[in-house]
Design a protein around this ligand. Structure first.
Ligand SMILES: NC(=O)c1ccc[n+]([C@@H]2O[C@H](COP(=O)([O-])OP(=O)(O)OC[C@H]3O[C@@H](n4cnc5c(N)ncnc54)[C@H](OP(=O)(O)O)[C@@H]3O)[C@@H](O)[C@H]2O)c1
Length: 305
């Protein structure tokens, strides 16, 4: 058993991990992060001890977890890029779970995705299910949180929808746009993670906000909030992806992948259980319309440059 109040967060200088780390610090915990970017300039640098996320050195990884009461894992890759693939992330997270067991970590709070499935044709959803299964079989106490999509803070998806709506006269929806999306505020996600860090029950919880939108309604709501009248049109998925590729050349990013479109259209970003987040997307949008989408949020720059 650990005697310290040490909590380890992967990616505390990243997006949701920084919200989790800040909450832990405010609650008086000692926080260490495991990250691919220990030197990244960040407001938490002086309050959080940073270690390399050493998947290539399991002994060092185990040492970096020793004494920790809880491990909060946010590590994952959004899309395959070079050798950073979903399959590699699954293998790496198996190494991390093994290291947590060897280090005597008491509990793991793991971030997954809504509706993961070992049979999914989509590597993101399949890989998430494989990692969940490894954690459940590990004997470690666990909480698995399954968010659909985050908003607030340094979010990518909602921000970039607004970015496109600010600049282009037409916004293409893959297909009818009638599939659902149930966003959760990143602070609600962080609250759930910290609450679950204190518990001892093995749980799997969808992390979703109080409002479910169709994708079409979500895009319309964002357009209205930022004051842009736009043509929001149904299009074949291939056309939306081709347009996203062209925009991607200008912004030097991978805007949208075919797998993400498939996941959306398969209605995988909604929950059939009670909302666990409380922040209203619509109210948040009203309060943040002026800044939303003013700058592009670049996934490739965040992780590869
Ligand atoms: N963002 C969403 O809307 C959303 C929706 C559903 C589920 N999730 C899940 O929530 C978790 C956290 O998401 P987030 O958006 O908050 O993530 P994030 O902060 O961008 O990244 C979380 C962690 O993953 C690492 N990472 C991400 N992409 C990587 C790459 N290409 N190569 C190497 N390392 C990479 C980061 O490394 P560094 O520490 O080096 O930065 C960080 O440790 C993930 O498991 C994600 O699948 C997110």
């Amino acid at each position: 058993m650990s005697e310290t109040n040490l909590h380890v967060v992967t990616g505390a200088f990243g997006y949701s991990g920084s919200h989790i780390a800040r909450r832990l610090l405010n609650a008086g915990a000692r926080v260490r992060t495991l990250t691919g970017h220990p030197e990244r300039p960040h407001s938490l640098q002086r309050r959080v001890e940073a270690h390399r996320l050493a998947f290539d050195d399991p002994a060092a990884l185990t040492e970096s977890l020793r004494g920790a009461r809880v491990l909060y894992n946010t590590y994952w890759v959004r899309f395959d890029h070079g050798d950073a693939t979903h399959q590699r992330a699954v293998d790496q997270l198996r190494i991390l779970i093994r290291a947590a067991m060897e280090a005597g970590v008491e509990r793991v709070v793991h971030t997954s995705i809504t509706n993961p499935s070992p049979d999914s044709p989509l590597p993101y959803f399949r890989g998430k299910a494989q990692v969940e299964a490894t954690l459940m079989d590990s004997g470690l106490s666990y909480a698995i949180l399954r968010p659909a999509v985050f908003f607030g803070g340094r979010d990518v998806l909602i921000n970039n929808i607004a970015y496109l709506l600010r600049r282009l006269p037409v916004f293409g929806l893959p297909g009818r746009g009638d599939y659902g999306i149930q966003p959760i505020h990143v602070e609600d996600m962080a609250r759930l993670a910290v609450e679950q860090g204190r518990s001892t029950d093995n749980v799997v919880l969808d992390a979703v906000g109080p409002e479910t939108y169709s994708y079409r309604a979500l895009v319309r709501t964002v357009a209205q909030a930022i004051g842009k009248r736009r043509f929001i049109l149904r299009m074949p998925s291939w056309l939306v992806l081709a347009a996203a590729k062209v925009v991607g050349w200008f912004v030097h990013d991978n805007l949208l992948t075919a797998d993400e479109v498939q996941g959306l259209r398969a209605n995988l970003l909604v929950s059939s259980t009670q909302p666990t987040g409380t922040t209203s997307f619509a109210s948040w949008l009203t309060d943040h319309a002026d800044e939303l989408g003013v700058r592009y949020a670049n996934e490739i720059s965040r992780h590869y440059r």
